[in-house]
Design a protein around this ligand. Structure first.
Ligand code: CP
Length: 304
């Protein structure tokens, strides 16, 4: 039995196979509409979510299956003190596969140790969000036509942003990416990601505080929200939350084929006027996530 806890749980070859499968599901959805009849996904979300939980449920339903679960810890027996281990022992009898989001790093891994069904990490604290990474690279591949040889800028909260950490871990396995890390000093990419991921893989990267200076060189801009829920101090959050606001004025100097991504939800970091710019593809990114999650479900269920 396989689990998806980290983006590295699948080899590059397997990852490319999943992207190809997702492309086929995207272009021929009716071929997959009955494959999971009788199957159930449990979505155990101990932290809020819109896209991840609903797109996993939609993914299973698109293939004829069903979904069950909870959307907050307070709506489950977790609020009475039940452990992750006991919860997943029970849920293993009710569903065929489980997507779990948890505020504590490592909780989905703990679940995988006690589970009799595949566990998908749907986001654990500031650590990893592997299926968002799959959505991100699928979007890049579909819209750029390649997954190599580009300059990608990560902007905003690079310290707490688990989507950033996951995506960097994945992209270093592909060739020719140059990384531009755009953040205030307080929200810089953690040293362990720089040292153990970027440098260990001999990747080139630059760090800057200035989005305006970085923009003209970028092929992809990955904007992120300042993660209020991970701050210990409200005053620091308020001071940093509006450091970067992408608007049409700043985009005037960007490449005409820049790809603007954001894992969403956004707060203030992308002005609504940008939504109509053809370079803004974050809503497409959220839509494509459903197809790649269908592919991941099929792969983990051993059906592909
Ligand atoms: N991108 C993402 O994880 O969104 P949600 O928090 O809404 O699931």
């Amino acid at each position: 039995m396989r689990h998806l806890i980290s983006p590295l749980d699948f080899s590059v070859e397997e990852t490319n196979d999943i992207l190809s499968l997702a492309h086929d599901i995207y272009t021929n959805p009716s071929d997959y509409s009955d494959l999971c009849r009788g199957k159930k996904i449990a979505t155990l979300f101990y932290e809020p979510s819109t896209r991840t939980r609903l797109s996993f449920e939609a993914a299973m339903m698109n293939m004829g299956g069903n979904a069950l679960g909870f959307s907050s810890a307070k709506d489950s027996s977790v609020s009475k003190g039940e452990t992750v281990a006991d919860t997943i022992r029970i849920v293993s009898s009710y569903a065929d596969i489980c997507a779990m989001r948890h505020p504590k790093e490592g909780a989905p891994y703990v679940a995988s140790r006690y589970s009799r069904i595949p566990i998908i990490n749907a986001g654990d604290g500031g650590h990893n969000h592997p299926t968002q990474t799959f959505a991100d690279i699928f979007t890049i591949k579909e819209l750029k036509g390649q997954l190599a040889d580009m300059t990608i800028g990560f902007c905003g909260d690079l310290k707490f942003g688990r989507t950033v950490h996951s995506l960097i871990n994945e992209l270093v396995r592909y060739t020719g990416f140059h990384f531009v890390l755009i953040s205030p000093d307080e929200l810089k990419l953690p040293d362990y990601v720089k040292n153990e991921v970027l440098e260990r893989n001999h990747c080139t990267y630059t760090e800057t505080r200035s989005l305006e200076e970085a923009l003209p060189d970028l092929d992809i801009l990955y904007m992120t929200r300042v993660q209020q829920e991970r701050f210990f101090n409200e005053a620091d959050y308020i001071r940093l939350r509006d450091t970067y606001i992408l608007d049409e004025g700043k985009l005037a100097k960007a490449k005409k084929d820049l790809l603007i991504l954001h894992p969403l939800p956004r707060v203030n970091e992308i002005a609504p006027e940008v939504d109509d710019d053809p370079r803004a593809q974050y809503f497409t990114q959220a839509k494509l996530a459903v197809y790649v999650r269908q592919a991941i479900i099929l792969k983990l269920l051993g059906m592909r």
